[in-house]
Design a protein around this ligand. Structure first.
Ligand SMILES: [Zn+2]
Length: 99
């Protein structure tokens, strides 16, 4: 009798695992077509800043300051310091200030 109960438990466990597996697979299939985030990023990159206004290198999104309510990104902390010292000299190179 005990062994039968164990079998039922194992079957239930396997069925549960199968269900979870199906859900995971379905989740993967569903998430695949809903990841067209790359074109969006390209579109926003055209408006947003992609290069450091001081050195012209690609920006590091972890290094930024706020100027006139807008975020300004830099490639390194030294550029951030240079910008903060004379922001008006560099805003001409920033797409977010071109209006
Ligand atoms: Zn830099």
């Amino acid at each position: 009798m005990n062994s039968k109960k164990k079998q039922v438990k194992i079957i239930l466990l396997l069925a549960g695992l199968l269900l979870v597996g199906l859900f995971v697979l379905q989740g993967c299939k569903k998430s695949e077509p809903t990841t067209p985030t790359e074109p969006n990023e390209v579109v926003s990159a055209a408006i947003e800043q992609t290069t450091c206004p001081i050195m012209g290198n690609p920006i590091n999104k972890d290094i930024f300051t706020e100027y006139k309510g807008k975020k300004v990104y830099f490639c390194c902390p030294e550029c951030k310091e240079k910008f903060e010292a004379k922001p008006e000299e560099y805003i001409a190179k920033l797409p977010q200030f071109q209006e």
